[in-house]
Design a protein around this ligand. Structure first.
Ligand code: KG4
Ligand code: ZN
Length: 333
């Protein structure tokens, strides 16, 4: 079964063709990052306009690359939320137009569910049940995936998402957008113990996160150092901040693994491309004899192949969505 997938929830226009929910035959991404960089973050109106320019050429390229045509496609899958509403509308409108003219089934899928399903593409042998931490620019979830399409969110962020905190701290330090890769790089040259930033709620007996206080602690530290004329080492701040995020994510995940007795763990979302985070979670899993999975970085950040996988399982379990589904910028998992 061939799924044509479209993703346009933020600043990447992406099209993929996925076979049986597990194999990406092509995975095309037109990134807008260079344009948004100039503004220090994603400008929604610009994102929508750029999606509009990119979507049709990208669809044409997907067919050219795979040698397939619309006749070969069995299912159309598109991100319906969460994300920027104007950006989502471009992908959903394109997908609906294709479904309408061809009569093919369409499914509107959850972007965060897509991030989790990136693991199915990277690891064909992976099956639920597993525990997953999905950390992106807008959301941070700890979930128990008991079956395909069955997600129990047991913890989430109470304020800023993990990726959002990387982006905000990066801006404070003058590293720009996107913050994650910049902070990771700077941290390689810094001392993570030079400053000790707070690890919010790390010992509390629940699975929720809070990263807003950590962000404020970094900003206060930077301002204080500037006010007393002492300055600071940006690399040290980046390393100390990153260590605090990793400690909390690792501790909460370890707590959940310990409680559930599920011996498979999958990491996903844009923040999952962070190498030190991958190492920390891998080591924690190894100590507990838990199988650790994380997709390659290209499947962690936004892409359409993951939407193709999520759409396939959605369709197999729940059928098509019909043409009247709407975008939902706040769609929960
Ligand atoms: O999943 P994603 O590509 O888009 C959303 O759905 O939000 O995640 C983007 C987020 C951004 O906040 C970005 O700074 C973060 O993922 N990110 C990283 C790294 N690469 C991307 N965070 C930490 N380390 C990285 N290497
Ligand atoms: Zn994402």
């Amino acid at each position: 079964m061939y799924t044509l997938a479209i993703e346009s929830s933020c600043d990447e226009t992406a099209v993929a063709i996925v076979r049986d929910g597990r194999e990406a035959l092509c995975n095309l991404i037109a990134s807008q990052i260079d344009v948004h960089k100039a503004f220090g973050g994603v400008v929604p109106e610009i994102a929508s306009r750029m999606h509009l320019e990119a979507i049709n050429p990208l669809l044409a390229l997907a067919f050219k690359e795979t040698g397939l045509s619309m006749d070969d496609i069995d299912l159309i899958s598109v991100t319906r939320g969460p994300g920027l509403v104007g950006a989502l509308l471009v992908g959903v409108s394109a997908a609906k137009a294709l479904a309408y003219v061809t009569g093919k089934p369409i499914v509107g899928v959850n972007h965060m569910e897509g991030h989790i399903c990136a693991n199915y593409l990277a690891f064909p042998e992976l099956e639920p049940p597993f525990i997953t931490l999905v950390a992106s620019g807008g959301h941070t979830y700890l979930c128990v995936v008991s079956d395909y399409e069955t997600y129990e969110v047991v913890g989430s962020t109470r304020d800023d998402a993990a990726g959002e905190s990387f982006d905000k701290v990066s801006r404070t330090l003058g590293f720009g957008y996107p913050g994650g890769p910049a902070i990771q790089k700077a941290a390689e040259h810094g001392d993570s113990e030079a400053i000790i930033f707070p690890r919010a709620m790390i010992d509390e007996d629940h699975y929720d996160f809070s990263f807003s206080g950590l962000k404020t602690a970094v900003i206060n530290y930077v301002h204080h150092q500037e006010q007393i004329g002492e300055g600071y080492d940006r690399n040290d701040v980046a390393a100390a901040f990153q260590a605090a995020v990793i400690d909390v994510l690792t501790a909460k995940t370890a707590r959940l693994i310990g409680r559930t007795g599920i011996h498979t763990f999958c990491l996903s979302g844009g923040v999952a491309s962070n190498e030190p985070l991958r190492r920390s979670l891998r080591a924690m899993c190894e100590r507990r004899a838990v199988r650790f999975f994380v997709p390659p970085a290209i499947l962690c950040t936004d892409n359409a192949a993951m939407i193709g996988s999520a759409g396939y399982y959605h369709y197999c379990r729940r059928g098509a969505s019909g043409l009247d589904f709407t975008c939902d910028p706040d769609l929960g998992l």
